[in-house]
Design a binder for this molecule. Sequence first.
Ligand code: GLU
Length: 477
Amino acid sequence: MSVVTRFAPSPTGYLHIGGARTALYSWLHARQNGGRFVLRIEDTDRERSTPEAVQAILDGMTWLGLDADEAPVYQTERFDRYKAVIQQLLDEGKAYHCYSTAEEVEAMREAARAKGEKPRYDGSWRPSPGRTLPEPPADVPPVVRFANPLEGDTVIHDLIKGDITISNTELDDLIIARSDGTPTYNFCVVVDDMDMGITHIIRGDDHVNNTPRQINIFRALVGDESQLPHYAHVPMILGADGKRLSKRHGAVGVMTFREQGILPEALINYLVRLGWSQGDKEIFSREEMVESFRLESVQKGAATFDPDKLLWVNQEHIKAMPAERLGGLLADYLAERGVSMAGEVDVAAVADILRERGATMVEMADKAEMFFVAPTEYDAKAVKKFCRPVNLELLAQVRDRLAALPDWSPQAIHEAVHGVAEANDAGLGKVAQPIRVAVAGVPVSPPIDTTLAVLGRDATLARIDRALEKLDRSADN
Ligand code: GLU
């Protein structure tokens, strides 16, 4: 049987990291088994579901590279199918109309509570052999209830948590269609999972309570036990304070992590390790994850979200990423800031020299801007400290040497800068800092030789000329 997994978000908000991790585990399980991964949008709660949230989920999935093998299935497009299955269950005597009013059901629950039992519907309208039901009241539109087994146990063979056994007497007859005919959540999920041929239901463990009910509905719909899906309930993600993750812990929509300069490969790497491990290996490429992830070895306990570790993982990915891809990503961040990359400077080369110097793409973009945008002002403190007339004299000498270099390599630039320092018996800082102020406006940049090499000769000379002109004048003032 070929593996089919799904991710079934309710589009009531952004794709948050808990959902993203569930999606990732489902995706990995499909990919490593050569199976299919599908997306189902559970949008039946029309008041809370929004098109913006659907889009945010799709964008988040695309950004993380969790590609689905089919177009998404929308529950709101499947009402006719749910209706047909409800009718089928009614016809087969596996579901029945119930005319108890909401007040009556509340009274049944109250009575059960008073006896110290679990509050439940008492089965008043459940047909059984030899039982005569009351005449249906004309003025009460009925709900449809699923006739849950009255005896025996339902066992969830959970791939993560192990067997979980629930006595069927604990489960009352679930409403599968409301009095206005609309199907209910637990029912739709089963029809969808059946129709979509899902073999592995991987979801948050906040759904464990729904599972026995869903298994019983499944059994009523597909006679063959071997057709039942496998379940894997993934433990929750908590904040450092042990509370359920919220915005307060930095748990925001995944696209906010993108805005913060986190790489998609870093986020999925962080998420795969949040609840699963392989020895003490921390850094995984996507291929390594597909290769080594095992649903069965997901930990049983809740995991804790650690934003500092995410930054560390991000930095490791920035360091290891091929320059071309890193440059492509950096270009996106720069373009969003309105930085034009039309000139000579190669953005991949910029990314390559900055990769060791920050934990996020935002930091990298901050440092990269100087390569594409010439400074219009110079940092006043730095000018005071590093651009005194004596420094500017050295800067002018550097300019001439750079202009005369036969080749524009880091090595040649290095020699030119050092040559000026030595010829003038000056410390390297006296020469290098004014160059930095001239090309970047501030006295910070990666090593001066690589910085100038990447910036290019024309831009370097133009920036130095402009600085000599401007700063000279201000020195005269
Ligand atoms: N729509 C549910 C949720 O977002 C998931 C249901 C499922 O995976 O079965 O929590």
